[in-house]
Design a protein around this ligand. Structure first.
Ligand SMILES: [Zn+2]
Length: 414
């Protein structure tokens, strides 16, 4: 700064110290005499975020939770299933960012809440989830029915503690990755590893618990005992959280992995531009990402309101404009799969799991002289006009205000 201030031929009276004092004075004035942490909290408190800050005894920031009100509005419509995972390299303090995301009726991801955490242990995850819990209860919203995560033991324990009524599912993709690493390390035989992976992927699709255990016995007899020991220790006790035999009747809408949140991380990170941002700047950039995300959700909704689906059977006529096109397309495929010669009994699992009437259910409705009504779909697939109107008004009014708040925030680099 000294160098930049000094023009050629001028005598510079300022010393390093005076500039430091002046910079500090400007900074403190912009902070209105508050510490940067208190200022950050106040600024977020005045914006459209629900926030919580965790500091240590010295006032050093240890965790920052923030959840935009527009995201909570989306969550009020789509709160059956959530995904949680941490992402890295988002800020100059190298704090992991816990990201909680949901999915709309058009199968589009949206971010619900974020939390920078100094540590990834049970206490910090518990704190983050408690903040999330209080944000949703302030808005009279229920906890999710299902949450999908990686096998992160600290996060799993925190979920059990803070969201005891939420069903916790494990990401099958992360499990496969872990199995592949261990199988390769233990057996060292690429052919056997290939067989293991294909066998495992069939194993987790089995639809009854007795068949699963019987099939696992055969799996155990075939492969390296040390590898089987690892699977028995790490994965079998957790089988109810990812094997189809247990999860088939949960309304997870066929989400079995956290890949959805991985792409949400990528989306947020394209807005973060560099990993050297301070917290105010990171929050500001995430706000811009949310704005773009909400804009897309709104446009998609409007687009399907004006372009109704082609070639959809008239039995779905009363669902137009009320059920998302994504769900209607699947229902149409189910309808086309009806086979009058198929006499197998339906166990309703598909209808419950996807929230969309299966071919048996549709055929049953038609036989009883009914058409398919919006009420035959899970509320996940219902188009929520009020939400989109909220987003519309929100995008118009609120973000500009939030942005000006963040321009002040950017001044206080903590
Ligand atoms: Zn069925």
């Amino acid at each position: 700064m000294l160098h930049a201030t000094k023009k050629e031929g001028e005598t510079l009276l300022a010393t390093k110290n005076t500039i430091y004092v002046a910079k500090r004075r400007v900074k403190m004035e912009s902070l209105q005499g508050l510490s940067p942490i208190v200022h950050l909290k106040n600024q977020l408190g005045n914006s459209d975020y629900s926030t919580c800050v965790k500091t240590d005894d010295d006032g050093t920031l240890k965790a920052l939770f923030f959840c935009h009100h527009a995201s909570l509005e989306l969550y009020s419509a789509y709160n059956t299933i959530l995904f949680a995972d941490s992402t890295y390299k988002t800020n100059k303090y190298k704090m992991p960012l816990l990201h909680i995301a949901g999915v709309t009726g058009n199968n589009k991801s949206f971010s619900v809440a974020f939390c920078f955490l100094a540590e990834e242990n049970v206490d910090y995850y518990t704190w983050a989830l408690e903040c999330f819990n209080s944000a949703i209860s302030c808005h009279h919203l229920p906890p999710p029915e299902i949450i999908i995560t990686d096998r992160e033991l600290a996060l799993m324990n925190a979920i059990e503690k803070v969201l005891p009524n939420t069903i916790h599912m494990l990401c099958t993709w992360h499990i496969e990755k872990n199995i592949l690493t261990n199988a390769s390390k233990i057996t060292k035989d690429p052919e056997e590893v290939k067989q293991i992976m294909s066998h495992w992927s069939n194993l987790i699709k089995i639809s009854t618990t007795s068949d699963f255990y019987a099939s696992f016995q055969r799996f155990s007899a075939l492969y390296n005992p040390q590898f089987i020991k690892y699977v028995e220790k790490v994965w079998i006790p957790l089988a109810p959280r990812f094997v189809n035999a247990w999860t088939k009747k949960l309304p997870h809408f066929d989400h079995r992995t956290t890949s959805r949140i991985e792409s949400s991380h990528a989306y947020i990170k394209t807005h973060l531009l560099n990993s050297q941002a301070g917290f105010p700047e990171a929050v500001k950039l995430i706000t811009l990402a949310l704005k773009a995300q909400h804009h897309e959700i709104k446009s998609q909704f409007h687009q399907q309101k004006i372009t109704s689906l082609q070639n959809i059977n008239s039995i779905f006529a009363s669902c137009h404009g009320k059920i998302s096109n994504y769900a209607l397309r699947i229902a149409q495929r189910n309808f086309q799969s009806i086979n009058p010669d198929d006499n197998r009994r339906c166990n309703q699992a598909q209808t419950v799991r996807t929230g969309i009437p299966c071919m048996h259910r549709i055929s049953e409705l038609l036989l009883s002289g009914r058409r398919v009504e919006p009420s035959d779909f899970h509320r996940q697939w219902h188009l929520k006009v009020s939400i989109v109107l909220f987003l519309f008004v929100f995008l118009l009014n609120s973000y500009s205000r939030t942005h000006s708040d963040f321009f002040i925030l950017v001044l206080c680099r903590i």
